[in-house]
Design a protein around this ligand. Structure first.
Ligand code: HEC
Length: 163
């Protein structure tokens, strides 16, 4: 009998930790996982559009007229930061910051930009991200889609090895 009750005293705290420990782990991991997974500054900086926005299709074909209009708007509104060729070297590029940290404008000639859908670029142009302004009030949807068509011409095509 003595041994039995001793056993049960042992069982209890063991049982408890058996339940408590995993739930504590789950609780903690809900905080730790994002930190662990996104520890590098690079992924923390990544600007990703919502999947739903990225799926939106560009209703305007990338024809010469549409690209020409997109270019006109780009020169007026985007060039100061993104530069004449979209390399992120516009006259205002060196003065940009977010929460006191210097930020570079996106390099729109990066071939990686090709991997983003029109919908994703459209969303980013509409929403902005400090210090980049949101353009959804400045430009109509049509204008923004045409800017996307122009921005598409800045990055070399992925299959073109010698742009
Ligand atoms: C005041 C400066 C500024 C202006 C004006 C500006 N941008 Fe930006 N843009 C930025 C900065 C800074 C980033 C990088 C934001 C980040 O990643 O945190 C950026 C990022 C982007 C990206 C995302 C690039 C990527 O890697 O996903 C696109 C697309 C873009 N800008 C397009 C435009 C277009 C088109 C215009 C004009 C309609 C414009 N921007 C005007 C500063 C600017």
């Amino acid at each position: 009998m003595k041994t039995n009750s001793a056993n049960q005293n042992w069982k209890r705290p063991l049982k408890r930790t058996g339940i408590v420990a995993p739930s504590v782990m789950i609780f903690l991991s809900s905080f730790l996982t994002p930190l662990g997974a996104d520890n590098s500054a690079k992924s923390e900086d990544a600007w990703v559009s919502p999947a739903r926005a990225a799926r939106k299709e560009n209703p305007f074909p990338a024809d010469a007229a549409s690209i020409a209009l997109g270019k006109e708007l780009f020169v007026a509104a985007c060039l100061p930061c993104h530069g004449p060729a979209g390399k992120g070297d516009g006259p205002a590029a060196t003065t940009l910051e977010r929460n006191g940290t210097p930020v570079k404008p996106g390099n729109l000639t990066d071939p990686k930009l090709r991997e983003q859908t029109d919908g994703a670029l459209f969303w980013k142009i509409g929403e902005g991200r400090t210090p980049m302004p949101a353009f959804q009030e400045t430009f109509t949807e049509e204008q923004r889609w045409k800017i996307v068509n122009y921005v598409r011409t800045l990055a070399p095509k992925a299959d073109n090895k010698n742009p």
